[in-house]
Design a protein around this ligand. Sequence first.
Ligand SMILES: Cc1cc2nc3c(=O)[nH]c(=O)nc-3n(C[C@H](O)[C@H](O)[C@H](O)COP(=O)(O)OP(=O)(O)OC[C@H]3O[C@@H](n4cnc5c(N)ncnc54)[C@H](O)[C@@H]3O)c2cc1C
Length: 319
Amino acid sequence: MTTTSAASSVVERLSAPPVNGPVHFSVEFFPPRDAEAEARLWRAVRVFERLDPAFVSLTYGAGGSTRDRTVRIAGEMATETTLVTVAHLTAVDHSIAELRSLVGAYADKGITNLLALRGDPPGDPLGEWVAHPQGVRYAQELVELIDGLGDFHVGVASFPEGHHRARDLDEDTAVLVNKLRAGAEYSVTQMFFDVEDYLRLRDRVVAADPEQGAKPIIPGIMPITSLASVRRMAELSGSVIPPAVEARFAAAAGNGPEEDRAAVRATGIDFATETAERLISEGVPCLHFCSLNFTKATCEVLGRVGVDVRAAMVAPAVG
Ligand SMILES: Cc1cc2nc3c(=O)[nH]c(=O)nc-3n(C[C@H](O)[C@H](O)[C@H](O)COP(=O)(O)OP(=O)(O)OC[C@H]3O[C@@H](n4cnc5c(N)ncnc54)[C@H](O)[C@@H]3O)c2cc1C
């Protein structure tokens, strides 16, 4: 069955009350590398579709064939499911002409919701950023470019701890406010470990520009199921795991030659649930789950914060 959601943009979806529980939620997927991973992705998409997320998003990586596959899959998510689909788009290795044609390719597939990102240097995310000679330098320029190409709904990234390349939090806030002023309708945050960092970001944006501060800042949540991989992820994004959080997960991981995956997973679900509960009590517009193309951990957290996940139970869980 091919249907499309009645609301066409992320902000429209968020402006209606959530129907399944105390808060809206959304789910991030990443492009699969091969046919087997793609089959798993689709199983996960179909499980989440039953729970009526506010939107789903598909990340955008480096590399030609993956990029083509990403555009195709995002298009299929938008046209063959009921989901409002957000396609991520980065400026890495693209000229402005290529970016224009990529935006056009998404539009041809019915995608009008885009997350405009600069992206990180391929290979070494912490390495020197080198813009394409005919490309753009910052995400703000990408927002402006997309805005000039038609009727798109654009979101951007935000960073509760500050982006690791920003001089300080003031500069980081100014960058976000400028992306919103340029036309972005909302932001989605990088995963964070301390809710206070999210709340302070929200306060900073409101203080800097109340009009832009009224736009949704959607917190990114990733239920941690492996300490080694979350340490690596934090390192690659220049993020810091607070000592108390590190100690909690290290205690769960134990001292054996391999981490106790079951105990780390249980701690990760508890931690994500506590984070989500606090965010809901602080009135966030939506919880954005980095699913890693799995369903179980996200559904567990959703169920524990009061989202009705029974519809997902009739489909086989993924991961
Ligand atoms: C929700 C989310 C989704 C993501 N999805 C993807 C994805 O799909 N694919 C992917 O490759 N990466 C993705 N990323 C990672 C992202 O691309 C990186 O974090 C990247 O380093 C920053 O991107 P940005 O869009 O925030 O860049 P920008 O907003 O351009 O900022 C980049 C740096 O430049 C500085 N800056 C910006 N504008 C100016 C200016 N005018 N003058 C001086 N300095 C400036 C900023 O302070 C910052 O340090 C995602 C990140 C998040 C939070």
